[in-house]
Design a protein around this ligand. Structure first.
Ligand SMILES: [Zn+2]
Length: 292
């Protein structure tokens, strides 16, 4: 769960074509190079490499990457920026940079905090958090391991039934995980139970339904069997060749769903900032806060 190339285009292919056409349109590499002549050497170097490969970027600009904390070039060869607008240094994608920006803004002392991330990737914000926060730990929902046990230094946890103690975690982090949870209300409740006062759940989840109500795609029949209410959609999952079934098409009403599940308020933050390489569809960052 929670990874690049997960096929979201198949859910909502209509995207920002009108808007992005005004950004780079179908410009040639040389025209784009002229436009950014005032930028720095890394951009021009990047464009030269692009010209050699005969591929004109859809969007390219210099900036400072919130994930790797370097001055870099952000570029995308494709209009679907969500998966293709990459950092030239760390390869991060927009939602990862948005998440890291929010963590830095809300919790600038994150390196000192107890951070639990469910289903992390091996790169992007997950890598940064794991490398710089000594109390960071990751978990995966392994189907063949006991909850709370360790599998290759990764803890086995089910978000719907965490083995973690009450008030034990400063930050829960999930990246594109909650569209795969069968009982999200249980998971939100578990996260609230295990958060320390003043802690938060900081997460991304594709809000594909936007202003329309969230739509449940999969329910459980009461005997543990998953029933498809809507046609099955899967996203890539690095720990399973079968992929992860999408259980909910979330909309902006997710904040109300979280409130009803666990009583906590959720901020919804949308960032559009090219200097940080943050522009794409479905990159809202949600921050559910447990008051002190
Ligand atoms: Zn980077």
């Amino acid at each position: 769960m929670g990874f690049v190339g997960r096929g979201l285009r198949t859910i909502q292919p209509a995207f920002i074509q009108d808007e992005t056409a005004s950004v780079t349109g179908q410009c040639s590499t040389s025209l784009i190079a002229a436009r950014v002549m005032a930028y720095n050497k890394p951009v021009l170097s990047f464009l030269r490499r692009r010209k050699e490969s005969h591929v004109a970027p859809y969007l390219v600009n210099p900036g400072h990457c919130p994930v790797c904390a370097r001055d870099v070039v952000f570029s995308s060869p494709d209009a679907w920026l969500r998966d293709h607008y990459l950092c030239s240094n760390c390869g991060s994608i927009p939602r990862e940079r948005a998440l890291m920006t929010v963590i830095e803004s809300f919790f600038p002392t994150w390196r000192e905090l107890a951070i639990h991330e469910s289903s992390p990737s091996q790169r992007g914000a997950s890598k940064r958090l794991s490398e710089e926060a000594p109390k960071y730990f990751a978990s995966q929902k392994f189907s063949n391991a006991v909850r709370g046990s360790m599998v290759d230094n990764v803890r086995c946890e089910d978000l719907e039934a965490l083995t973690l103690s009450d008030d034990s975690v400063d930050l829960h982090v999930t990246q594109d995980v909650f569209e795969h949870v069968v009982h999200p209300a249980r998971a939100f409740k578990e996260i609230a139970r295990t958060l320390k006062p003043g802690g938060a759940h900081i997460f991304t989840v594709p809000l594909v339904n936007k202003s329309n109500p969230s739509a449940v795609r999969v329910i459980e029949d009461g005997e543990g069997r998953e029933v498809h209410v809507l046609p099955a959609v899967y996203h890539g999952n690095p720990i399973s060749d079968e992929g992860s079934i999408v259980t909910v098409d979330w909309g902006y009403d997710i904040c109300q769903a979280i409130m009803e599940a666990c009583g906590l308020f959720t901020h919804m933050i949308h960032i559009d900032d090219l200097t940080k390489g943050i522009r794409a569809e479905y990159i809202e960052v949600l921050v559910t806060v447990r008051p002190r």
